[in-house]
Design a protein around this ligand. Structure first.
Ligand SMILES: [Zn+2]
Length: 100
């Protein structure tokens, strides 16, 4: 998985197609990411005891294959490449080849 927490991504399919947002959580074992304000569902929390019920918004994970990373340099959605720099693997933008 080439997307990590803190990345900015664009959603390619689903009801939030075209939206961009920041990855707040990456779940590599499931190949999913949670993205700010993307795939939001509203849930009702029932009133319990003396506390009133409330509506809460929850961001559900989306498949990483439905997202594309937005390069911080050229600001375009891009595929992610990998390059070895100083013995370390870094992610690069396939469009402008900047390190991500
Ligand atoms: Zn770029």
């Amino acid at each position: 998985m080439n997307i990590i927490k803190g990345d900015k991504i664009k959603v390619l399919s689903g009801k939030d197609r075209g939206k961009t947002g920041k990855v707040t959580k990456a779940i590599p074992t499931e190949g999913k990411v949670v993205v700010e304000k993307v795939n939001v569902v509203k849930k009702h929390k029932k009133a319990k005891g003396g506390a009133p019920g409330e509506r809460i918004s929850l961001e559900l994970p989306i498949n990483v294959s439905n997202t594309q990373l937005i390069c911080s340099k050229c600001k375009k959605p891009t595929r992610v490449g990998k390059k070895k720099v100083g013995g370390k693997m870094v992610r690069i933008c396939k469009k402008c080849e900047a390190e991500i």
